[in-house]
Design a protein around this ligand. Structure first.
Ligand code: TXA
Ligand code: MG
Length: 351
């Protein structure tokens, strides 16, 4: 299969409706299309068509027990795919939709088991990216879409990343340029008595508490405790990982820098290709290997936005080992570190 990449945003940020319609037709006919959202690129299929949803698992190499998120474009469409929407969830929707929030509800009959990985709940998100919203509307209202990467690889934040993973597997990639946020949506489960965060994201627990009061964190997110499995099946897999070994170094900045310099010197001397992930503030202090800045500590959004891209860049440069600073920044640090720790298989050097 030949994969076509179409730019959908022209000049003054207007959408090319013809290309949206072309993509929508593929989806209505049961095919797959990758498209931009504000978080990461998604790999879409008609969420109400079992065989279309099933194709997603094949294209990604995704385990079949890992459910998909259904993307909608308006509140009316939420009613048809859920049994009930608690008042607190409606409040959340008013505040954060369209946006980087996914909520889990009991599903109605029309949502096939292929979309929900056999669960009787369904994850729903209304994205804010104009191309995503236009595509959902044109395709009939319900697009099932995981991140458009091969299972286990870093999520795609550029159409080029999608092409690297999906070339030859899907007919069309809509190219909307670089995404704005760069990490996946926050997932909150409303099928529990007390709403529970299953995946940290751009919308923080503090922001949620301000809107609905009490929430819980999934105890399975604390992955050091391996007896408790996370409730979102996707959170249990080693995930987001680059090919190179990634090791995080955590502690006071000066010590971190010293340690990374020592370790990269050793790696380079033993003939390995080493990489360093620092920030705009710290990069000039690193002396060995390929040094890249993930963003600036004065704007943590830049760190989230470049995280996956930087891991992919190191892969392209065939680096064997990457040492990275850690990024427990004040607001979205929890979400960033959740991804970085997974990418590193929890290898952390405390200094
Ligand atoms: O930002 C995002 O959420 C992106 C964009 C494309 O919207 N999508 C995304 O999808 O990250 P994916 O498939 O990569 O991650 C979905 C996560 C998985 O961990 C999955 O296990 C969990 O959501 N999930 C989906 N439905 C669920 C359900 N009914 N119960 C528990 N977890 C669920
Ligand atoms: Mg994913």
């Amino acid at each position: 299969m030949q994969t076509v990449i179409e730019k959908i945003i022209e000049g003054e940020e207007t959408l090319n409706q013809q290309k949206i319609e072309k993509a929508a037709r593929i989806l209505r006919e049961g095919g797959l299309v990758a498209f931009p959202t504000e978080t990461v690129y998604g790999l879409g299929a008609d969420a109400l068509n079992p065989s279309a949803a099933a194709q997603i698992y094949q294209a990604k190499g995704r385990p079949s027990d890992n459910p998909l998120i259904v993307h909608i474009s308006c509140m009316e469409d939420l009613e048809r795919i859920t049994l009930q929407v608690p008042p607190q969830a409606r409040k959340m929707a008013e505040h954060f939709w369209p946006g980087p929030l996914t909520m889990i509800f009991e599903k109605s009959e029309i949502v096939p088991a292929e979309t929900t990985g056999g669960l009787n709940t369904v994850a729903v998100r209304m994205p804010s990216h104009p191309a995503a919203l236009a595509l959902i509307r044109a395709a009939g209202g319900y697009i099932a879409a995981p991140s458009a990467n091969t299972s286990g690889k870093p999520s795609p934040t550029l159409a080029e990343h999608v092409a690297l993973d999906m070339e030859g597997r899907i007919p069309l990639i809509l190219d909307g340029g670089a995404v704005g946020i760069g990490i996946e949506s926050t997932i909150v489960d409303f099928s529990e008595k007390i709403p529970m965060v299953l995946r940290p994201g751009y919308i923080t627990p503090e922001m949620i508490k301000e809107v609905i009061g009490e929430i819980e964190m999934d105890p399975g997110l604390v992955e050091e405790n391996s007896n408790i499995h996370p409730k979102a099946p996707g959170m249990k897999y080693k995930h987001y990982a680059p090919r190179a070994e990634l090791i995080l170094v955590n502690g006071a900045q000066e010590k971190v820098q010293q340690t990374i310099n020592n370790l990269t010197r050793e790696a380079v001397e033993s003939g390995k290709a080493a990489g360093v992930i620092g920030t705009d503030e710290s990069c000039k202090g690193y002396q060995y290997g390929i040094v890249k800045s993930i963003g600036t500590r004065s704007d943590e959004d830049t760190i989230a936005r470049h995280m996956y891209g930087i891991l992919r860049e190191f892969d392209e440069q065939n680096v064997d080992i990457i040492y990275s600073e850690s990024f427990s920044t004040p607001r979205i640090g929890q979400a960033i570190m959740n991804r970085m720790l997974k990418a590193a298989g929890h290898q952390v050097i405390e200094v």
